[in-house]
Design a protein around this ligand. Structure first.
Ligand code: HEC
Ligand code: HEC
Ligand code: HEC
Ligand code: HEC
Ligand code: HEC
Length: 181
């Protein structure tokens, strides 16, 4: 894993600089604690995809589709080709699969409405939480495998991150989550 070293004086200077950069970037002080009103209603999706069907009926693992490729910062949304591995045969005449097949054959990404997202100034790595620390998907996303329609159930605001960091003795320095490089 990427171990964060003990804070040297150089690192202290760097992080002080990073804090200044964050504040300059955001041009505001730390936002006041917020409480998200959850769950949110599910957004409309271009294809009626069900997690429940795929996790229970097709017995897929989360990481079969959300592969955490590369350095694993993102869990990732599966490419249409992964879907077509099954759907060139399974239910190929159903209207939803016809839509899917069309995206795949035109090499266009299905424009899924996004549900969990933090702004670009936030540094978040799936690998750091899942692979290094062993947190399971449901800790931050709820029981995804039981849902026919995905919706936001767990918070992603700054207070929610900091509460868990405090609980697990992880850093809550501004530069930890707002690295400026
Ligand atoms: C491992 C095989 C497999 C993969 C990969 C897969 N599916 Fe499926 N899918 C299934 C099975 C099995 C069903 C249930 C079929 C049934 O109800 O008989 C299904 C059902 C569906 C349905 C409902 C079809 C209908 O009209 O009932 C949709 C839509 C769908 N899948 C979309 C997708 C999408 C989008 C992907 C890629 C993100 C995907 N699937 C990947 C196996 C797969
Ligand atoms: C067959 C492939 C497939 C499997 C297996 C699968 N997912 Fe997904 N997942 C998708 C697709 C496609 C989307 C985008 C459509 C949607 O939101 O329903 C998605 C969306 C999501 C999102 C919301 C992403 C966003 O927009 O922020 C989360 C969270 C998620 N999946 C978690 C999981 C978890 C946890 C599991 C295992 C229990 C899992 N998924 C299993 C294909 C899959
Ligand atoms: C510690 C909390 C946490 C855990 C554990 C976690 N996620 Fe996430 N997930 C997030 C956050 C925060 C985002 C928004 C990230 C962003 O916008 O950059 C996210 C975004 C996603 C997305 C949207 C696409 C993407 O890559 O940004 C998917 C899909 C997803 N998570 C699936 C999963 C799956 C599958 C697991 C388990 C293998 C998992 N997550 C574990 C917090 C978590
Ligand atoms: C379920 C508890 C939990 C939640 C929720 C959580 N974290 Fe963490 N996070 C941890 C732990 C534990 C570590 C490991 C700290 C260590 O190794 O010293 C960590 C590590 C990190 C790291 C360092 C990763 C690296 O590459 O070294 C960053 C950045 C981070 N979290 C950002 C976030 C952000 C942003 C959120 C909210 C969107 C968040 N975390 C939510 C528990 C959590
Ligand atoms: C554990 C991770 C974490 C730590 C530590 C953290 N933040 Fe954040 N911060 C976040 C997340 C996540 C968001 C985005 C929240 C959202 O989506 O509304 C955010 C949002 C912000 C924003 C709002 C940006 C905008 O315009 O939307 C500012 C400003 C900010 N943080 C400053 C700070 C300062 C100053 C500190 C140190 C006191 C700090 N943060 C420490 C995770 C963190």
């Amino acid at each position: 894993m990427v171990r964060r070293p003990m804070m040297s004086s150089l690192r202290f200077l760097c992080s002080a600089f990073a804090v200044a950069a964050v504040l300059a970037l955001a041009q505001k002080p730390a936002p006041p604690p917020v409480e998200e009103k959850l769950p949110l209603a599910p957004p409309e999706q271009p294809i009626a995809f069900s997690h429940k069907t795929h996790v229970t009926k097709a017995a897929l693992k989360c990481t079969n589709c959300h592969t955490m490729g590369g350095e694993g910062f993102q869990a990732g949304i599966p490419k249409e080709q992964i879907c077509m591995g099954c759907h060139t045969a399974i239910k190929k005449d159903s209207p939803e699969i016809v839509k899917l097949a069309q995206f795949a054959s035109e090499k266009r990404a299905v424009p899924w409405a996004r549900i969990y997202r933090v702004p670009d100034i936030v540094w978040f790595s799936h690998a750091a939480h899942v692979k290094d620390k062993g947190f399971t998907c449901d800790t931050c996303h709820g029981d995804a495998g039981s849902k026919d329609v995905m919706f936001k159930e767990k918070p992603t605001n700054m207070t929610s991150c900091m509460n868990c960091h405090a609980k697990h003795k992880a850093s809550n320095g501004c530069d930890f989550c707002h690295a400026s490089q």
